[in-house]
Write a protein that binds this ligand. Sequence first.
Ligand SMILES: [Zn+2]
Length: 506
Amino acid sequence: MHLLSIYIEYYFNFTTLHLLHMKYSHCVWFIVVSILVSSCASTKKPSQKHAGSIHSYDLSEEGVIKRLSKSIRHETVSLEDTSEINYKAYEDFIDFLEVEYPSIHDNIERERIGQYSLLYKWEGSNSGLKPAMMIGHYDVVPVKYGDDTLWQYPPFSGEVEDGFVWGRGALDDKSGVMSTMEALEYLTEQGFQPERTFYIALHHDEEVGGVRGAQQIAEHLKEQDIELAYLVDEGLPIAEEILENVEVPLAMIGVASKGSINIELRYTQDGGHSSMPTRSSVIGTLSRAVNRIERKPMKASYRGLIVDTFEPLIPYMTYTQRLAFNNTWLFRGIIKSKLSKNPATNAALRTTAAKTIFEAGFKENVLPVEGRVIINFRIHPNDNVEDVVAYVRDRINNDNIEVRVLDRARNPSPVSSTGAAPYQMLKKTIEESFSQVLVSPSLFIAASDARHFHDLTSNIYRFRPIRARHEDRSRVHGIDERISVDNYMEMIEFQIRLIKNGASEL
Ligand SMILES: [Zn+2]
Protein backbone atom coordinates (compact mmCIF):
# COMPACT_ATOMS: atom_id res chain seq x y z
CA MET A 1 0.00 0.00 0.00
CA HIS A 2 2.16 2.71 -1.27
CA LEU A 3 0.20 5.66 0.08
CA LEU A 4 2.23 8.33 -1.58
CA SER A 5 -0.92 10.43 -1.63
CA ILE A 6 -1.19 10.49 2.14
CA TYR A 7 2.34 11.63 2.41
CA ILE A 8 1.98 14.41 -0.03
CA GLU A 9 -1.08 15.59 1.85
CA TYR A 10 0.91 15.19 5.04
CA TYR A 11 3.32 17.91 4.21
CA PHE A 12 1.18 20.38 2.44
CA ASN A 13 -1.27 22.46 4.38
CA PHE A 14 1.14 23.71 6.99
CA THR A 15 0.48 27.42 6.75
CA THR A 16 2.26 30.23 8.52
CA LEU A 17 2.03 29.88 12.26
CA HIS A 18 -0.20 32.44 13.83
CA LEU A 19 2.20 33.27 16.56
CA LEU A 20 0.46 36.40 17.67
CA HIS A 21 -2.46 34.37 18.90
CA MET A 22 -0.30 32.76 21.53
CA LYS A 23 -1.36 32.70 25.11
CA TYR A 24 1.86 34.13 26.54
CA SER A 25 1.83 37.46 28.27
CA HIS A 26 2.99 40.55 26.39
CA CYS A 27 5.94 41.00 28.69
CA VAL A 28 7.34 37.51 28.07
CA TRP A 29 6.64 38.07 24.42
CA PHE A 30 8.71 41.20 24.26
CA ILE A 31 11.75 39.51 25.78
CA VAL A 32 11.42 36.31 23.80
CA VAL A 33 10.86 38.02 20.48
CA SER A 34 13.80 40.33 21.05
CA ILE A 35 16.10 37.34 21.53
CA LEU A 36 14.68 35.34 18.67
CA VAL A 37 14.58 38.08 16.12
CA SER A 38 18.29 38.47 16.50
CA SER A 39 18.92 34.71 16.38
CA CYS A 40 16.86 34.34 13.23
CA ALA A 41 18.13 37.35 11.43
CA SER A 42 21.29 35.48 10.51
CA THR A 43 19.28 32.74 8.80
CA LYS A 44 18.81 34.28 5.39
CA LYS A 45 16.30 32.47 3.25
CA PRO A 46 18.14 30.81 0.34
CA SER A 47 16.69 31.08 -3.14
CA GLN A 48 14.26 28.31 -4.02
CA LYS A 49 15.11 26.44 -7.17
CA HIS A 50 13.44 23.48 -8.74
CA ALA A 51 15.38 20.25 -8.61
CA GLY A 52 17.19 19.46 -11.78
CA SER A 53 18.39 16.05 -12.72
CA ILE A 54 21.88 14.98 -13.60
CA HIS A 55 22.23 12.74 -16.65
CA SER A 56 25.22 10.43 -16.83
CA TYR A 57 24.05 7.37 -18.73
CA ASP A 58 23.27 6.74 -22.33
CA LEU A 59 19.74 5.36 -22.21
CA SER A 60 17.34 5.01 -25.12
CA GLU A 61 14.29 6.96 -24.02
CA GLU A 62 12.16 5.43 -26.71
CA GLY A 63 13.00 1.87 -25.64
CA VAL A 64 12.56 2.32 -21.90
CA ILE A 65 9.29 4.22 -22.23
CA LYS A 66 7.91 1.60 -24.57
CA ARG A 67 8.72 -1.13 -22.03
CA LEU A 68 7.12 0.78 -19.12
CA SER A 69 4.04 1.32 -21.24
CA LYS A 70 3.89 -2.39 -22.11
CA SER A 71 4.30 -3.37 -18.45
CA ILE A 72 1.17 -1.36 -17.58
CA ARG A 73 -0.81 -3.22 -20.22
CA HIS A 74 -0.34 -6.45 -18.25
CA GLU A 75 -3.31 -6.31 -15.89
CA THR A 76 -1.60 -7.81 -12.85
CA VAL A 77 -4.42 -6.89 -10.49
CA SER A 78 -4.37 -8.12 -6.89
CA LEU A 79 -7.61 -9.09 -5.22
CA GLU A 80 -8.35 -10.24 -1.66
CA ASP A 81 -10.26 -13.21 -3.07
CA THR A 82 -7.45 -15.10 -4.79
CA SER A 83 -9.90 -17.28 -6.74
CA GLU A 84 -10.87 -14.15 -8.67
CA ILE A 85 -7.32 -13.28 -9.71
CA ASN A 86 -6.34 -13.60 -13.36
CA TYR A 87 -2.99 -15.36 -12.91
CA LYS A 88 -2.54 -15.62 -16.65
CA ALA A 89 -1.70 -11.89 -16.60
CA TYR A 90 1.01 -12.60 -13.99
CA GLU A 91 2.50 -15.41 -16.13
CA ASP A 92 2.46 -13.13 -19.15
CA PHE A 93 4.19 -10.38 -17.20
CA ILE A 94 6.96 -12.78 -16.12
CA ASP A 95 7.40 -13.92 -19.75
CA PHE A 96 7.47 -10.28 -20.83
CA LEU A 97 10.36 -9.56 -18.44
CA GLU A 98 12.31 -12.51 -19.86
CA VAL A 99 11.85 -11.29 -23.42
CA GLU A 100 12.58 -7.62 -22.74
CA TYR A 101 15.59 -8.10 -20.45
CA PRO A 102 17.78 -10.80 -22.03
CA SER A 103 21.01 -9.63 -20.43
CA ILE A 104 19.56 -9.88 -16.91
CA HIS A 105 18.30 -13.38 -17.59
CA ASP A 106 21.67 -14.44 -19.05
CA ASN A 107 23.72 -13.05 -16.16
CA ILE A 108 21.60 -13.21 -13.02
CA GLU A 109 20.04 -16.30 -11.53
CA ARG A 110 16.33 -16.22 -10.85
CA GLU A 111 13.97 -18.24 -8.68
CA ARG A 112 10.20 -18.20 -8.56
CA ILE A 113 8.83 -18.14 -5.04
CA GLY A 114 5.21 -18.34 -3.98
CA GLN A 115 4.57 -19.21 -7.62
CA TYR A 116 4.57 -15.68 -9.02
CA SER A 117 7.14 -13.68 -7.04
CA LEU A 118 10.63 -13.45 -8.50
CA LEU A 119 13.89 -13.47 -6.62
CA TYR A 120 17.00 -12.52 -8.59
CA LYS A 121 20.44 -13.13 -7.13
CA TRP A 122 23.30 -11.19 -8.70
CA GLU A 123 26.36 -12.86 -7.28
CA GLY A 124 29.06 -10.44 -6.13
CA SER A 125 32.80 -11.07 -6.43
CA ASN A 126 33.50 -10.50 -2.73
CA SER A 127 31.73 -12.98 -0.47
CA GLY A 128 33.04 -11.05 2.54
CA LEU A 129 30.49 -8.29 1.93
CA LYS A 130 26.91 -8.66 3.16
CA PRO A 131 24.39 -8.72 0.33
CA ALA A 132 22.06 -5.82 -0.42
CA MET A 133 18.44 -6.12 -1.42
CA MET A 134 16.11 -4.08 -3.61
CA ILE A 135 12.42 -4.89 -3.64
CA GLY A 136 9.28 -3.79 -5.45
CA HIS A 137 5.91 -5.19 -6.46
CA TYR A 138 4.34 -5.69 -9.85
CA ASP A 139 0.79 -6.29 -8.68
CA VAL A 140 -1.55 -3.30 -8.75
CA VAL A 141 -4.84 -2.38 -7.13
CA PRO A 142 -7.98 -2.77 -9.25
CA VAL A 143 -9.68 0.13 -10.94
CA LYS A 144 -12.95 0.67 -9.12
CA TYR A 145 -15.95 -0.50 -11.12
CA GLY A 146 -17.23 2.39 -13.18
CA ASP A 147 -14.13 4.55 -12.59
CA ASP A 148 -12.42 3.55 -15.82
CA THR A 149 -14.58 5.98 -17.78
CA LEU A 150 -13.31 8.83 -15.60
CA TRP A 151 -9.71 8.28 -16.66
CA GLN A 152 -8.25 10.57 -19.28
CA TYR A 153 -6.78 7.47 -20.94
CA PRO A 154 -7.92 3.89 -20.28
CA PRO A 155 -6.22 2.66 -17.06
CA PHE A 156 -4.48 -0.34 -18.63
CA SER A 157 -3.55 1.29 -21.94
CA GLY A 158 -0.09 2.49 -20.91
CA GLU A 159 -0.73 5.49 -23.14
CA VAL A 160 2.22 7.84 -23.66
CA GLU A 161 0.75 11.31 -24.06
CA ASP A 162 1.48 14.89 -22.97
CA GLY A 163 4.90 13.88 -21.61
CA PHE A 164 3.46 11.21 -19.30
CA VAL A 165 3.03 7.46 -19.23
CA TRP A 166 -0.54 6.85 -18.05
CA GLY A 167 -2.04 3.88 -16.29
CA ARG A 168 -2.53 1.81 -13.16
CA GLY A 169 0.86 1.11 -11.63
CA ALA A 170 2.64 4.07 -13.26
CA LEU A 171 3.43 5.31 -9.74
CA ASP A 172 2.73 2.27 -7.60
CA ASP A 173 4.91 0.32 -8.31
CA LYS A 174 5.46 -0.73 -11.92
CA SER A 175 7.77 2.28 -12.41
CA GLY A 176 9.76 1.08 -9.40
CA VAL A 177 9.99 -2.49 -10.70
CA MET A 178 10.71 -1.52 -14.30
CA SER A 179 13.29 1.16 -13.46
CA THR A 180 15.14 -1.42 -11.37
CA MET A 181 15.07 -3.87 -14.28
CA GLU A 182 16.27 -1.18 -16.71
CA ALA A 183 19.19 -0.43 -14.40
CA LEU A 184 20.10 -4.11 -14.11
CA GLU A 185 19.85 -4.65 -17.86
CA TYR A 186 22.02 -1.61 -18.52
CA LEU A 187 24.68 -2.62 -16.00
CA THR A 188 24.84 -6.29 -17.02
CA GLU A 189 25.09 -5.27 -20.68
CA GLN A 190 27.99 -2.98 -19.80
CA GLY A 191 29.70 -5.92 -18.08
CA PHE A 192 29.45 -4.31 -14.65
CA GLN A 193 30.38 -6.75 -11.90
CA PRO A 194 29.37 -5.85 -8.32
CA GLU A 195 31.62 -6.82 -5.45
CA ARG A 196 28.55 -7.15 -3.24
CA THR A 197 25.82 -9.68 -3.97
CA PHE A 198 22.45 -8.11 -4.79
CA TYR A 199 19.06 -9.70 -4.25
CA ILE A 200 16.27 -8.16 -6.28
CA ALA A 201 12.76 -9.28 -5.40
CA LEU A 202 9.70 -8.49 -7.48
CA HIS A 203 6.65 -9.35 -5.42
CA HIS A 204 3.21 -10.26 -6.72
CA ASP A 205 0.84 -9.68 -3.79
CA GLU A 206 1.98 -6.56 -1.93
CA GLU A 207 -1.39 -4.90 -2.32
CA VAL A 208 -3.05 -7.71 -0.36
CA GLY A 209 -0.47 -8.13 2.41
CA GLY A 210 2.52 -9.83 0.78
CA VAL A 211 1.99 -13.15 2.56
CA ARG A 212 2.64 -15.33 -0.50
CA GLY A 213 5.39 -13.21 -2.03
CA ALA A 214 7.51 -11.05 0.28
CA GLN A 215 6.90 -13.12 3.38
CA GLN A 216 7.97 -16.35 1.68
CA ILE A 217 11.02 -14.73 0.13
CA ALA A 218 12.06 -13.39 3.54
CA GLU A 219 11.61 -16.89 5.02
CA HIS A 220 13.61 -18.39 2.19
CA LEU A 221 16.54 -16.03 2.84
CA LYS A 222 16.34 -16.56 6.60
CA GLU A 223 16.59 -20.33 6.13
CA GLN A 224 19.93 -19.69 4.42
CA ASP A 225 21.08 -17.50 7.37
CA ILE A 226 21.44 -14.52 5.09
CA GLU A 227 22.05 -11.17 6.72
CA LEU A 228 21.55 -8.15 4.52
CA ALA A 229 23.63 -4.97 4.61
CA TYR A 230 20.52 -2.97 3.72
CA LEU A 231 17.20 -3.12 1.89
CA VAL A 232 15.56 -0.46 -0.30
CA ASP A 233 11.81 -0.63 -0.96
CA GLU A 234 9.15 1.63 -2.41
CA GLY A 235 7.95 4.30 -0.02
CA LEU A 236 8.23 8.04 0.16
CA PRO A 237 8.70 10.37 -2.81
CA ILE A 238 10.50 13.59 -3.61
CA ALA A 239 7.80 15.98 -2.41
CA GLU A 240 7.59 19.33 -4.12
CA GLU A 241 5.67 22.29 -2.57
CA ILE A 242 6.08 20.73 0.86
CA LEU A 243 4.98 23.70 2.88
CA GLU A 244 3.15 26.78 1.79
CA ASN A 245 5.74 29.17 0.36
CA VAL A 246 8.40 26.46 0.49
CA GLU A 247 9.02 25.08 -2.96
CA VAL A 248 12.33 23.36 -2.47
CA PRO A 249 11.87 19.63 -3.14
CA LEU A 250 12.39 17.26 -0.25
CA ALA A 251 13.41 13.66 -0.82
CA MET A 252 11.99 11.80 2.15
CA ILE A 253 13.59 8.50 3.07
CA GLY A 254 11.20 6.35 5.07
CA VAL A 255 13.28 5.04 7.95
CA ALA A 256 10.29 3.63 9.82
CA SER A 257 6.70 2.69 9.14
CA LYS A 258 3.67 2.74 11.37
CA GLY A 259 2.10 -0.34 12.90
CA SER A 260 -1.58 -1.21 12.71
CA ILE A 261 -4.23 -2.81 14.89
CA ASN A 262 -8.00 -3.27 14.57
CA ILE A 263 -9.84 -3.19 17.86
CA GLU A 264 -13.43 -4.26 18.19
CA LEU A 265 -15.66 -2.88 20.95
CA ARG A 266 -18.66 -5.10 21.52
CA TYR A 267 -21.56 -4.42 23.85
CA THR A 268 -24.65 -6.51 24.60
CA GLN A 269 -27.75 -5.93 26.73
CA ASP A 270 -31.32 -7.16 26.91
CA GLY A 271 -33.42 -6.17 23.93
CA GLY A 272 -37.12 -5.50 23.78
CA HIS A 273 -39.76 -3.49 21.99
CA SER A 274 -39.07 0.11 21.08
CA SER A 275 -42.27 1.18 22.84
CA MET A 276 -40.56 0.58 26.21
CA PRO A 277 -36.93 1.62 25.74
CA THR A 278 -34.47 1.18 28.57
CA ARG A 279 -32.57 4.20 29.85
CA SER A 280 -29.25 3.01 28.45
CA SER A 281 -28.89 1.48 25.01
CA VAL A 282 -26.37 -0.45 22.97
CA ILE A 283 -26.02 2.45 20.56
CA GLY A 284 -25.73 5.07 23.30
CA THR A 285 -23.15 3.08 25.26
CA LEU A 286 -20.94 2.42 22.24
CA SER A 287 -21.31 6.02 21.04
CA ARG A 288 -20.14 7.28 24.42
CA ALA A 289 -17.10 4.99 24.22
CA VAL A 290 -16.21 6.29 20.75
CA ASN A 291 -16.75 9.84 21.87
CA ARG A 292 -14.34 9.42 24.79
CA ILE A 293 -11.68 8.14 22.38
CA GLU A 294 -12.26 11.05 20.00
CA ARG A 295 -12.09 13.64 22.74
CA LYS A 296 -8.66 12.54 23.91
CA PRO A 297 -6.51 10.95 21.19
CA MET A 298 -3.23 9.23 21.96
CA LYS A 299 -0.35 11.54 22.79
CA ALA A 300 1.31 13.54 20.04
CA SER A 301 5.01 14.19 20.00
CA TYR A 302 7.08 16.71 18.10
CA ARG A 303 10.41 15.10 18.90
CA GLY A 304 12.85 12.75 17.19
CA LEU A 305 12.13 11.70 13.63
CA ILE A 306 9.54 14.36 12.80
CA VAL A 307 11.96 17.08 13.91
CA ASP A 308 14.62 15.58 11.63
CA THR A 309 12.14 15.56 8.73
CA PHE A 310 11.53 19.29 8.90
CA GLU A 311 15.06 20.28 9.86
CA PRO A 312 16.57 20.75 6.35
CA LEU A 313 13.57 22.86 5.32
CA ILE A 314 14.00 25.47 8.01
CA PRO A 315 16.21 27.83 5.98
CA TYR A 316 13.55 27.85 3.23
CA MET A 317 10.60 28.62 5.49
CA THR A 318 8.83 31.92 5.95
CA TYR A 319 10.09 34.15 8.73
CA THR A 320 7.45 33.12 11.26
CA GLN A 321 7.82 29.44 10.44
CA ARG A 322 11.59 29.74 10.91
CA LEU A 323 11.08 31.49 14.18
CA ALA A 324 9.00 28.61 15.50
CA PHE A 325 11.01 25.71 14.05
CA ASN A 326 14.32 27.19 15.18
CA ASN A 327 13.02 27.48 18.73
CA THR A 328 11.15 24.28 19.44
CA TRP A 329 12.09 24.59 23.12
CA LEU A 330 9.57 27.40 23.23
CA PHE A 331 7.18 26.71 20.41
CA ARG A 332 6.89 22.90 20.49
CA GLY A 333 3.36 23.08 21.85
CA ILE A 334 2.22 25.47 19.14
CA ILE A 335 3.86 23.47 16.35
CA LYS A 336 2.24 20.32 17.69
CA SER A 337 -1.16 21.89 17.96
CA LYS A 338 -0.91 23.37 14.47
CA LEU A 339 0.24 20.07 12.91
CA SER A 340 -2.43 18.14 14.81
CA LYS A 341 -5.19 20.10 13.10
CA ASN A 342 -4.37 18.63 9.72
CA PRO A 343 -5.23 14.91 9.45
CA ALA A 344 -2.14 14.18 7.42
CA THR A 345 0.40 15.91 9.65
CA ASN A 346 -1.48 14.66 12.69
CA ALA A 347 -0.76 11.10 11.48
CA ALA A 348 2.96 11.78 11.65
CA LEU A 349 2.78 12.96 15.24
CA ARG A 350 0.77 10.28 16.96
CA THR A 351 -1.09 6.96 16.86
CA THR A 352 -4.34 7.66 15.04
CA ALA A 353 -7.75 6.04 15.56
CA ALA A 354 -10.10 5.66 12.58
CA LYS A 355 -13.60 4.50 13.41
CA THR A 356 -14.37 2.39 10.36
CA ILE A 357 -17.32 0.10 11.22
CA PHE A 358 -20.34 0.65 13.49
CA GLU A 359 -23.08 -1.95 13.56
CA ALA A 360 -26.17 -2.16 15.76
CA GLY A 361 -29.85 -2.81 15.23
CA PHE A 362 -31.74 -4.35 12.37
CA LYS A 363 -35.35 -3.15 12.68
CA GLU A 364 -36.77 0.27 13.50
CA ASN A 365 -39.02 -0.94 16.37
CA VAL A 366 -36.66 -3.42 18.05
CA LEU A 367 -34.03 -2.48 20.62
CA PRO A 368 -30.69 -3.91 19.54
CA VAL A 369 -29.23 -6.53 21.86
CA GLU A 370 -25.76 -6.25 20.47
CA GLY A 371 -23.56 -3.70 18.76
CA ARG A 372 -19.98 -3.41 17.70
CA VAL A 373 -17.51 -0.77 16.59
CA ILE A 374 -14.22 -1.39 14.84
CA ILE A 375 -11.45 1.12 15.24
CA ASN A 376 -8.38 0.96 13.04
CA PHE A 377 -5.35 2.35 14.87
CA ARG A 378 -2.15 3.25 13.01
CA ILE A 379 0.57 2.95 15.58
CA HIS A 380 3.30 5.58 15.86
CA PRO A 381 6.83 4.29 16.64
CA ASN A 382 6.47 5.87 20.11
CA ASP A 383 3.71 3.36 20.96
CA ASN A 384 3.03 -0.37 20.57
CA VAL A 385 0.06 -2.76 20.39
CA GLU A 386 -0.15 -3.11 24.20
CA ASP A 387 -0.13 0.67 24.66
CA VAL A 388 -3.07 1.00 22.29
CA VAL A 389 -5.11 -1.69 24.04
CA ALA A 390 -4.36 -0.14 27.44
CA TYR A 391 -5.32 3.30 26.14
CA VAL A 392 -8.64 2.00 24.78
CA ARG A 393 -9.56 0.26 28.03
CA ASP A 394 -8.61 3.30 30.02
CA ARG A 395 -10.53 5.76 27.83
CA ILE A 396 -13.78 3.80 27.52
CA ASN A 397 -13.65 2.98 31.24
CA ASN A 398 -16.48 0.46 31.01
CA ASP A 399 -15.87 -3.20 31.91
CA ASN A 400 -19.13 -4.21 30.25
CA ILE A 401 -17.76 -3.35 26.84
CA GLU A 402 -15.71 -6.21 25.43
CA VAL A 403 -12.42 -5.05 23.90
CA ARG A 404 -11.08 -7.49 21.32
CA VAL A 405 -7.94 -7.28 19.20
CA LEU A 406 -8.69 -8.54 15.71
CA ASP A 407 -6.24 -10.44 13.49
CA ARG A 408 -3.10 -9.02 11.97
CA ALA A 409 -2.05 -6.60 14.72
CA ARG A 410 1.37 -5.24 13.86
CA ASN A 411 3.77 -3.15 15.87
CA PRO A 412 5.53 -0.20 14.21
CA SER A 413 8.76 -1.07 12.46
CA PRO A 414 12.06 -0.40 14.16
CA VAL A 415 13.59 2.95 13.15
CA SER A 416 16.53 2.47 10.79
CA SER A 417 19.63 4.47 11.56
CA THR A 418 20.43 7.62 9.61
CA GLY A 419 24.02 7.34 10.80
CA ALA A 420 24.48 3.94 9.13
CA ALA A 421 26.65 3.81 6.02
CA PRO A 422 23.78 2.54 3.77
CA TYR A 423 21.60 5.54 4.69
CA GLN A 424 24.46 7.89 3.90
CA MET A 425 25.05 6.07 0.59
CA LEU A 426 21.36 6.43 -0.31
CA LYS A 427 21.39 10.13 0.63
CA LYS A 428 24.51 10.69 -1.45
CA THR A 429 22.92 8.87 -4.41
CA ILE A 430 19.87 11.14 -4.24
CA GLU A 431 22.08 14.23 -4.08
CA GLU A 432 24.16 13.00 -7.02
CA SER A 433 21.03 12.32 -9.06
CA PHE A 434 19.03 15.47 -8.36
CA SER A 435 20.51 18.91 -7.94
CA GLN A 436 18.88 21.31 -5.45
CA VAL A 437 17.07 18.58 -3.59
CA LEU A 438 17.04 18.28 0.18
CA VAL A 439 17.04 14.89 1.86
CA SER A 440 15.57 13.97 5.21
CA PRO A 441 14.52 10.86 7.14
CA SER A 442 10.76 10.48 7.57
CA LEU A 443 8.04 8.25 8.93
CA PHE A 444 6.15 6.22 6.34
CA ILE A 445 2.57 6.30 7.61
CA ALA A 446 1.41 3.45 5.36
CA ALA A 447 2.89 -0.04 5.01
CA SER A 448 4.81 -1.90 2.33
CA ASP A 449 6.42 -5.30 1.82
CA ALA A 450 9.53 -4.11 3.67
CA ARG A 451 7.78 -5.10 6.89
CA HIS A 452 8.50 -8.77 6.14
CA PHE A 453 12.28 -8.24 6.18
CA HIS A 454 12.98 -6.84 9.64
CA ASP A 455 14.76 -10.01 10.74
CA LEU A 456 17.22 -9.76 7.86
CA THR A 457 18.58 -6.26 8.39
CA SER A 458 18.15 -3.22 10.60
CA ASN A 459 18.85 -0.91 7.63
CA ILE A 460 15.53 -0.68 5.79
CA TYR A 461 14.83 2.40 3.67
CA ARG A 462 11.57 3.17 1.85
CA PHE A 463 12.08 5.58 -1.02
CA ARG A 464 11.31 6.06 -4.71
CA PRO A 465 12.56 9.16 -6.56
CA ILE A 466 9.07 10.02 -7.78
CA ARG A 467 8.43 13.76 -7.96
CA ALA A 468 5.15 14.34 -6.22
CA ARG A 469 3.22 17.56 -6.23
CA HIS A 470 0.03 18.41 -4.41
CA GLU A 471 -2.11 17.61 -7.44
CA ASP A 472 -0.65 14.07 -7.61
CA ARG A 473 -1.89 13.00 -4.20
CA SER A 474 -5.06 11.37 -5.42
CA ARG A 475 -3.51 9.53 -8.36
CA VAL A 476 -1.97 6.67 -6.35
CA HIS A 477 -4.64 3.95 -6.16
CA GLY A 478 -6.88 6.60 -7.80
CA ILE A 479 -7.82 8.01 -11.16
CA ASP A 480 -5.33 9.18 -13.82
CA GLU A 481 -2.26 7.56 -12.29
CA ARG A 482 0.71 8.65 -14.38
CA ILE A 483 4.43 9.34 -14.31
CA SER A 484 6.25 11.89 -16.41
CA VAL A 485 8.67 10.61 -19.02
CA ASP A 486 11.41 12.87 -17.60
CA ASN A 487 10.86 11.61 -14.08
CA TYR A 488 10.96 7.97 -15.20
CA MET A 489 14.28 8.56 -16.97
CA GLU A 490 15.58 10.10 -13.72
CA MET A 491 14.40 7.06 -11.80
CA ILE A 492 16.42 4.72 -13.99
CA GLU A 493 19.56 6.84 -13.65
CA PHE A 494 19.00 6.89 -9.90
CA GLN A 495 18.68 3.08 -9.78
CA ILE A 496 21.90 2.65 -11.76
CA ARG A 497 23.78 4.95 -9.37
CA LEU A 498 22.21 3.26 -6.36
CA ILE A 499 23.51 -0.14 -7.48
CA LYS A 500 26.96 1.22 -8.36
CA ASN A 501 27.29 3.17 -5.12
CA GLY A 502 26.22 0.20 -3.06
CA ALA A 503 28.21 -2.41 -4.97
CA SER A 504 31.40 -2.21 -2.93
CA GLU A 505 32.30 -1.73 0.72
CA LEU A 506 30.52 1.26 2.30
ZN1 LIG B 1 3.07 -0.01 -3.60
